[in-house]
Design a protein around this ligand. Structure first.
Ligand SMILES: *[C@@H]1O[C@H](CO)[C@@H](O)[C@H](O)[C@H]1NC(C)=O
Ligand SMILES: *[C@@H]1O[C@H](CO)[C@@H](O)[C@H](O)[C@H]1NC(C)=O
Ligand SMILES: *[C@@H]1O[C@H](CO)[C@@H](O)[C@H](O)[C@H]1NC(C)=O
Ligand SMILES: *[C@@H]1O[C@H](CO)[C@@H](O)[C@H](O)[C@H]1NC(C)=O
Ligand SMILES: *[C@@H]1O[C@H](CO)[C@@H](O)[C@H](O)[C@H]1NC(C)=O
Length: 309
């Protein structure tokens, strides 16, 4: 009975351990939202035409555009100009779809907010090229298609960069679908990529450690505060779940030890009891009950009902 109780608690604990909340994911939910809004630009879309779309009201400033294409013509011809992007021949999308939509994003003032990079200054807004299946133009929460440039890379031309005092060399930064940043050298303010994603150009911050604090209450100040509180809360969530996991693990081990000692104690008690009666009693099934029997019983115990039968 006790063992059963222990097992129940164990099962409950392991359920608790496995049911942890997933990490928050701001930039990918932004992509989903912007996919929905950019698809709304298509009323009666013609293929190969870039349509400007309207961003959600709470994200004014973000620029969106969308272009529908046949996969075959993308691979054979590419797209010479899609805002900053120029897509060469030989680009393939996976999984295969007959038609796809390229969604273009320009995050403008929201670049720093959604793609914070400490130690770097953005010289241009973050722009994105993402691909989706064009089968259902009112679909939401579509998965991204994998875009691969199999011959020449896709070029991104950041023509008008912000003027910066001093700073090092201009670097390209790209973010994959998990928001992971990677850097490469920029040649003439042009970056290259073989995959879809988010891109910009940056320089190392002049004074990376003591950045001048924006005046309190200003728009930028509020954004910075929000950002840092968000990242610190994320850190706390991570620390919290690790600590919680450790505590639960400790409890689990304690329980296992308790269970073991219970079993041992019970065995001891049984042995003691056996010792008191002088000899080990054997349990025998009699009808529906178990009864102790001595090894040297002459008449086996029989239920009365069996006489009656
Ligand atoms: C903007 O509004 C959409 C709903 O239209 C919401 O899902 C999203 O979280 C909002 N974004 C911000 C930054 O407030
Ligand atoms: C974006 O930033 C520019 C200058 O930094 C400012 O003039 C503009 O009002 C901002 N737009 C939004 C929507 O915050
Ligand atoms: C397209 O997507 C919308 C929204 O998810 C859905 O309501 C609709 O039924 C879909 N249409 C087709 C033809 O799959
Ligand atoms: C980048 O774009 C600008 C303006 O659109 C253009 O003048 C320039 O030639 C382009 N650079 C490259 C390398 O394509
Ligand atoms: C963000 O969400 C996407 C899709 O929902 C997922 O593939 C990705 O792993 C998530 N990233 C993180 C860091 O949780």
């Amino acid at each position: 009975m006790r063992l059963l109780c222990c097992l129940h608690v164990l099962l409950f604990l392991s359920y608790k351990l496995s049911a942890q909340s997933p990490p928050t994911n701001a930039s990918s939910s932004l992509d989903s939202l912007l996919q929905d809004y950019s698809f709304r630009a298509f009323l009666r879309p013609r293929t190969g035409i870039l349509y400007d779309a309207t961003a959600p009201p709470n994200l004014t400033g973000i620029k969106l555009a969308a272009m529908r294409l046949r996969s075959g013509s993308l691979r054979r011809r590419g797209v010479s100009s899609l805002k900053e992007f120029s897509i060469p021949r030989g680009v393939i999308v996976k999984p295969y779809v007959t038609r796809l939509v390229f969604v273009y994003q320009n995050l403008a003032n929201f670049s720093q907010f959604y793609y914070p990079l400490s130690g770097y200054d953005y010289l241009a807004p973050v722009v994105a090229l993402l691909a989706y299946d064009a089968k259902n133009l009112s679909a939401v929460n579509l998965p991204e298609l994998d875009v691969t440039a199999s011959k020449d890379p896709i070029k991104i031309n950041f023509s008008d960069l912000e003027r910066r005092r001093g700073g090092g060399s201009v670097q390209c930064v790209s973010f994959d679908s998990r928001g992971e940043a990677s850097f490469s050298d920029s040649v003439g303010n042009t970056c290259v990529t073989v995959k879809q994603g988010h891109f910009s150009v940056v320089v190392k911050s002049v004074a990376s450690a003591p950045s001048p604090a924006p005046p309190p209450g200003s728009e930028e100040g509020k954004k910075k505060e929000k950002k840092s509180s968000e990242s610190s809360s994320r850190t706390w969530i991570t620390v919290g779940s690790v600590l919680g996991g450790l505590v639960l693990l400790g409890l689990l081990m304690l329980l296992v030890l308790r269970c073991r000692s219970y079993k041992k104690e019970e065995k001891m008690r049984e042995m003691e009891r056996a010792g008191e009666t002088g000899e080990a009693l054997r349990m025998t099934q009699v009808g529906e009950t178990r009864a102790p029997t001595a090894t040297t019983t002459r008449t086996q115990p029989v239920l009365e009902t069996e006489y009656a039968a």
